[in-house]
Design a protein around this ligand. Sequence first.
Ligand code: HEM
Length: 420
Amino acid sequence: MTDFPVPRAPADAPPAPAHVPPELVLDTRFANGQVTNNLPDPYIATDILLDPAFPRIHYYPWPTSGNQHGAWVVTRYEDIQRVYEDNDIFSSEGVAQFQMLAGETWPSIPLGIDPPDHGKYRKFLNPWFTPVAMNRMEPRIRGIIGEMVDEFADKGEVDIAWDFGRVFPVRVFLDLMGFPFAMFDQFLAWEWDILHEPAIATKAAAVQGILAYLRGFIAEKQAAPDNTLGSFIANGAIDGKPLTPEEVIGMTWFLWLGGLDTVASTISQMFRRLGMDAALQERIRANPDIIPTAVEEFLRTQPLINSGRKVKRDFTWHGVQIKAGDWVSAFDSSGNFDPAQFANPRSFDPERKANRHFTLAGGVHICLGAHLARRELRLLLDEWFKRVPQPFRIRPGVDTTVTPGLLSIRNLPLVWDVAT
Ligand code: HEM
């Protein structure tokens, strides 16, 4: 361990619990969306975590999973799969429980609920997120993309992160839920504060703001039901029993949190790669049939989230004593590049087969919005290459640094030649 090129956590890192061996407390912030870089593959640094000499499990002392605690970290595909699938040991209770900052104690639904109860909420929500439901949404999604891309296609430039990626998935989501478009800017401001502002008071104020808004929204949908998902939840029942106020706010809140900027970050990282790789762009442009597998490969190579789980009972893993109440973080940022699972994991293969990555998680909590996210990304590439037939590139001289995670890229100006 002593000559291993990952530093121990510095002296000013938060303290680890007493049962954690000090030599396992490592500074892997670079693999947890905390350190910006400007590499063509911004996740390449995680290779070190897959080196056979790197410990199978280590401890990350900084806050994880939207909470204030550190966590044990696993980095190999097989171990991450266990974290997602072994519900006897790993619980998602308390993950991304930002509402606690506003003194609220109800769980996020469905993420904060373990099986078997989790299943009944998934069953309730699933019909809105199936491929068949996406077929119904497709014309509307295509329409939004077409309208937005046509606004800039003949100008020869767009800030794909700020003017497109940030806006498009939110427009789709507002429609689905029945939120008014007038809330657009306020939603993004609240979400930014909750996910990305370090100050707890700022986060707490944003959580209070959105929860007050959502409670008003729920009351409106109860008074005047309509055919949106927001109304379906507000007036919902499971097994003939109306949902409790906690269940209604728990679901509405978590959909709001999960649906806003994950697709946005994916879009900016996807266009960053395409803008840097003219041959890849040309390959997809010439073969639109490969768009579905290309989207899957963009997802694999751009894992945004490292999921956390709380340990339910003491157990030993890879020779390390893990205690009930400890947290474990599954570093999808390295698992998606594990050579034990993926051939040539650092090469971007837009036709990769059997691409079972963790970007949309795994196990029972596999992303509920997975089909929606995939459909949005596929339709985007399809419409983009039809409406912007010229090769595009990142505007020379702009800052292309990226945070390999949810924070990603705020601005990314693209340019292309237009006929004059
Ligand atoms: C590329 C875009 C997206 C990515 C990368 C992503 C990623 C994830 C991940 C990693 C999880 C699991 C978290 C965990 O197990 O701790 C998750 C769960 C979830 N996501 Fe997504 N997501 C995306 C888009 C969406 C969208 C568009 C929606 C909703 C409109 C959504 C709603 C949810 C919900 C409700 C869950 C919880 C599922 C459950 O607990 O059963 N996601 N997502």
